[in-house]
Design a protein around this ligand. Structure first.
Ligand code: DQA
Length: 144
């Protein structure tokens, strides 16, 4: 196993910073990547940061994380969280632990966000802390 943590981000997260900042905050995905890199260095971990608007890319990267011996995956599947049986199956298909991450707290938002397919198989969920959700999730990886 390596010390690499895959951080996989789903649809519309490329627009963070300008996308509904009252919900998702002012940090861009690059800002979050920089924060994660700094903390990862302190924890002796490496970050592999990815974003895609395409569901299949996220499935492929979950498989890749296992094939490459990643220590864990932080997955913000964004809207696919609430729709994707393919992502649920991919998480179940790999042994690499997956931590579900959300900037907002979907459980306090519209009812269609209350169900998470990702959460059915994730080792843990960190949500509602803004960009800090990613940092808390990374710290949880260091304890795995
Ligand atoms: C999100 C929450 C999802 O409900 C939403 O579709 C997103 C972002 C979050 O990080 O708060 O795109 O995953």
């Amino acid at each position: 196993m390596t010390n690499t943590v895959y951080v996989l981000n789903g649809p519309n997260l490329n627009l963070l910073g300008m996308r509904e900042p009252e919900i998702y905050g002012a940090d861009t995905l690059d800002d979050i990547a920089a924060m994660l890199e700094d903390r990862a260095r302190e924890l002796g971990l490496e970050i592999e940061m990815r974003q895609s608007n395409h569901e299949g890319h996220l499935v492929d990267w979950l498989h890749e994380a296992q094939a490459e011996g990643a220590k864990a995956v932080l997955l913000n599947a964004a809207a696919y969280t609430h729709t994707s049986i393919a992502l649920l199956d991919a998480i179940k298909a790999i042994r690499t632990p997956v931590i579900e991450v959300h900037l907002s707290d979907p459980s306090t938002r519209e009812p269609f966000r209350h169900h998470s397919y990702v959460g059915l198989a994730a080792a843990k969920t960190v949500q509602g802390l803004g960009a800090r959700s990613y940092l808390v999730a990374l710290e949880a990886v260091a304890e795995l």
